[in-house]
Design a protein around this ligand. Structure first.
Ligand code: FPP
Ligand code: MG
Length: 293
């Protein structure tokens, strides 16, 4: 996939900031810091931090202070992948083309590396060099989005409980909007807040983030069917093998693709009032829906 130049620039800035924010690999206890670094640096696309930065850029030219916020979202995302791959959850050996954290460092270290990353995320947010009232608003929104009520952990619980069952469309919607869309929405919302957006604009970007986040998981489900493990860097075809609740399982591939396109159009419409100021965010939204990995 041809990534736009700004995406590569943002990704480089995020990688550098992540490196600076994480404890050194030899900081005591070295085992956990090595594991945290291994998973954060395993080559993720950095979609959430880049969404955060580009949402901020609509409202502010100076996005340097937004970088710690963007990194905190990647810490939370990485923790969720480490825990998702554990034997008690999805039990996977491969992530981002590499052995999963517990395969490499053992289960105990992987569990604690996830805990460490989640905790460090909130410390990083609390220390972000932005207006204190905005910082608190971000902490609250990110906390809720990663949590149990319509948040990532709640969605993950529903996802596990739906395995092997015939589920209703409403439950599938709940799983996708909570497990995946909530953190993506939080990335966009926290970027907007950090960039100085007023309440109406935060609400608009919240709708955009929610919708594009939902599309992200629908596409993820489609890719699990269509692509290979080599392309995805994680085990392909796992959803069907584990009898997961997915869009292709419930509606078929064609309808799932159609639905992703509808969500993309709805998300794009939210950005229309910003014109060229939202050009990068629009390009990101397209990338999310049309990616192949
Ligand atoms: C792939 O992101 C990740 C998802 C589609 C999110 C799935 C949600 C979970 C695994 C929730 C787990 C929650 C808990 C509490 C364990 P990506 O394609 O951006 O991956 P990348 O960062 O490797 O590019
Ligand atoms: Mg899972």
């Amino acid at each position: 996939m041809n990534l736009p130049a700004f995406f590569e620039e943002d990704r480089a800035a995020v990688d550098l900031a992540l490196e600076r924010l994480m404890p050194a690999g030899d900081a005591m206890p070295a085992s956990i810091h090595t594991a945290m670094r291994y998973s954060v640096q395993a080559g993720g696309k950095r979609v959430r931090p880049i969404l955060c930065m580009e949402a901020a850029r609509i409202f502010s030219a100076d996005i340097e202070p937004v970088l710690p916020v963007a990194c905190a979202l990647e810490f939370i995302h990485t923790y969720s992948l480490i825990h998702d791959d554990l034997p008690a959850l999805d039990n996977d050996d491969l992530r981002r083309g590499k052995p999963t954290c517990h395969k490499k460092f053992g289960e105990a270290t992987a569990i604690l590396a996830g805990d460490g990353l989640l905790t460090m995320a909130f410390e990083t947010l609390a220390n972000a060099p932005i207006d204190p009232a905005r910082r608190v608003a971000i902490l609250s929104h990110v906390g809720a989005s990663a949590g149990t009520v319509n948040g990532m952990v709640g969605g993950q619980v529903a996802d596990l409980e739906a395995e092997g069952r015939d589920i209703q469309p409403k439950v599938l919607e709940y799983i996708h909007r909570s497990k995946t869309a909530a953190l993506i929405r939080a990335s966009v919302v926290s970027g907007a807040i950090a960039g100085g957006a007023d309440d109406d604009n935060v609400a608009r970007l919240r709708r955009f983030g929610e919708t594009i986040g939902w599309a992200f998981q629908v596409v993820d489900d489609i890719l699990d069917v269509e692509e290979t493990s080599a392309t995805l860097g994680k085990t392909a075809g796992k959803d069907a093998a584990q009898k997961k609740a997915t869009y292709p399982a419930l509606y078929g591939l064609e309808k799932s693709r159609q639905f992703a396109a509808e969500l993309e159009a709805t998300a794009m419409a939210e950005l229309a009032p910003y014109g060229p100021r939202a050009a990068r965010l629009k390009e990101l939204a397209e990338l999310i829906v049309h990616r192949r990995a």
